[in-house]
Design a protein around this ligand. Structure first.
Ligand code: GCB
Length: 584
């Protein structure tokens, strides 16, 4: 099996595709003799293995980890054979139960060949499994930088970087930490400030801004952290990209550097043909090109943390992230104490991995949980308390879908996200019901909780190439109409002060479990699974760029108005007319 990749879609064997339980990976490798030094530690790091993994090196268990979307590592210095062959074995277990995050259940099915275990789950994406993200061996000195936390603020035009550095390794030898700050061109702005925590003041700071909200978005400094000791242990150096920004929120808005943000984006998935959820640089680069081409400024990592490489792109390109933990459909198999603990652990690990990222503007603690069940109240109060104990610098949210009047979790959130499929699961075919329902529901959420509201999911399945006129469900025409009607609702809602954004479900088509409501997967993408635009992508592009023009005075790309009838030419001077923005 190739690594990184999901193993499911690589072979012609559906037993491999639908496998439930443990899969073993083995691999041999050599370690140079010169790595064998008392000053050096060797780490084996997995960026993501779904769902649980036991890792053995030369037959010795070095790491056990549960949770498919966050990294883990082990100090393997003492189990390696230097200058010789080593064996690494990984047992990957994809089984989901009522106390894994996300939940699932395994049942026995009687087949013609006898009883077989089958994995069931309620969430709507294929439970791809395997070693999904890169695996690396790397070295540090024996006294090393174990963790860095930064928080930023802006006072007038001075940027503030608050930092804490944790040093690991032999605690008997005292290590001195010093930090420096470099600008984007590599020039030192601040040099060698000694101490493992402190505040750096950056006069005339260049701020981190989202894409299209500023002519120079995503400005990143580099925090260079060094350790030194009085012993012979060599220094450790870590270079952390830092975006200086001030995030704020009220009961009607979320602000970036003092300016209200309006989110225009998508829910997404890590998903593609053959690789499944395996890391793929060309694919993620293409995705970011499409996100920027279409004029989006945000997405939600529905429904689990995405790879670190994907997050690096967001930091560097200025794409705002609603960072979601894998709490999708939580409660479907009951709310238990063990589940709550596993869910908290998932949040802790997500926070630990992504706490320093400027792109992360909100934490989403769950998607479509069973928030109308009586247990949901205490459960989500605890989840929210846990997240707030980890981070008070970012608002928390979740994507809610229970009827507003029955929901028990929203009161613990800072921002309300709601998912609703008007004219799809509800009133299929009736695009004439969208505007009033979307408006009414958004208003109801705000009335109930007095928080900012955004629509985190809406959309309809669309077979690329299916054309039916007048529009009819599953056709490209229908998706265009369904989105247009939502845009009209959003434009009316934007006049209400509390409505802060819109996210289409989904960026691209993706694979799901086999069910009769899915034709080769979920087809709600604005792009196909191989990342080509459907008709709706052209419409979304016009809207997202028009919003950027209206809200942030951005000039839309020339090709958006390649053909203009002369009776419309006047709009080139006065701005795009509403009719281009909201209808076909
Ligand atoms: C939802 C879920 C998402 C599904 C989507 C759909 O509400 O949050 O995971 O894929 O609906 O298409 O049904």
């Amino acid at each position: 099996m190739p690594v990184p990749a999901s193993y499911n879609d690589i072979t012609q064997d559906k037993v491999v595709r639908d496998h439930v339980g443990v899969a073993w990976y083995d691999r041999t490798f050599y370690i140079p003799r010169k790595w064998n030094s008392s000053d050096t530690k060797i780490w084996l790091r997995f960026a993501g293995v779904h769902y649980a993994a036991d890792v053995f090196v030369n037959g010795e268990l070095v790491a056990s980890h549960a949770g498919g979307h966050v990294p883990f590592q082990a100090d393997v210095t003492s189990v390696l054979q230097y200058g010789q062959k080593n064996l690494i074995s990984v047992a990957v277990n994809n089984t989901l139960t009522d106390i894994t995050v996300p939940q699932g259940e395994v049942q026995q099915l009687q087949t013609d060949a006898g009883a077989r275990f089958v994995q069931y789950y309620k969430f709507d994406f294929f439970n791809y499994a395997g070693i999904h993200r890169p695996v690396v061996l790397y070295t540090t000195p024996s006294i090393y930088i174990d963790d860095i936390s930064v928080n930023t603020d802006v006072n007038d035009d001075t940027g503030v970087i608050e930092y804490v550095v944790r040093v690991g390794g032999d605690t008997k030898t005292r290590a001195t930490v010093s930090v420096s700050l470099l600008d984007r061109d590599g020039n030192y702005v601040i040099r060698n400030v000694v101490g493992d925590q402190g505040n750096l003041q950056v006069p005339q700071a260049r701020l981190w801004w989202p894409y299209l909200m500023n002519p120079e978005p995503a400005y990143l400094y580099t925090l260079e952290v060094r350790t030194s000791t009085e012993s012979a242990v060599p220094e450790d150096v870590y270079r952390l990209p830092v975006g200086i920004r001030k995030l704020g929120w009220t009961n009607t808005s979320v602000t970036m550097n003092g300016k209200a943000i309006y989110i225009r984006g998508f829910g997404r998935h890590e998903d593609s043909a053959i690789r499944g959820k395996g890391h793929d640089y060309p694919l993620i680069t293409r995705d970011y090109n499409l996100i920027k081409w279409i004029g989006a400024n945000a997405y939600r990592t529905s429904h689990y943390p995405y790879s670190e490489e994907i997050m690096d792109f967001a930091d560097r390109e200025g794409i705002m992230i609603i960072n979601e933990c894998p709490g999708v459909d939580i409660g479907s198999y009951g709310f238990k104490d063990e589940l709550l603990e596993a869910h908290k652990t998932a949040l802790t690990r997500l926070h630990r991995r992504d706490k320093n990222r400027p792109s992360v503007v909100m934490w989403s603690v769950a998607n479509e949980a069973l928030t109308a069940s009586p247990e949901a109240y205490g459960y989500f109060r605890d989840i929210a308390d846990h997240m707030k104990a980890l981070d008070i610098s970012r608002p928390i949210t979740m994507a809610l879908n229970k009827p507003c009047n029955l929901d028990l979790a929203g009161e613990f959130m800072d921002v309300i996200g709601f998912n609703r499929y008007n004219a799809w699961y509800v009133n299929s075919g009736r695009t004439d019901t969208i505007i009033q329902n979307v408006k009414e529901e958004a208003l109801n959420w705000h009335k109930k909780y007095n928080k900012p509201v955004l629509m985190t999911e809406y959309g309809g399945d669309t077979m690329a190439g299916l054309h039916l006129s007048p529009e009819y469900i599953w056709s490209e025409e229908y998706q265009v109409k369904l989105l247009s009607k939502h845009f009209e609702a959003f434009d009316q809602l934007r006049n209400e002060s509390f409505f802060i954004g819109e996210m289409i479900w989904n960026f691209a088509d993706f694979n799901t479990a086999q069910t009769y409501v899915r034709v080769g997967g979920n087809k709600k993408g604005v792009f196909t699974r191989d990342r080509q635009p459907k008709a709706s992508a052209q419409l979304v592009r016009k809207r997202y760029w028009a919003l950027a023009e209206e809200l942030d005075s951005v000039t839309p790309p020339d090709d958006l108005s390649e053909y203009v009838h002369e009776s419309h030419a006047k709009y080139l001077e006065t701005g795009l007319p509403d009719v281009w923005v909201t209808s076909v």
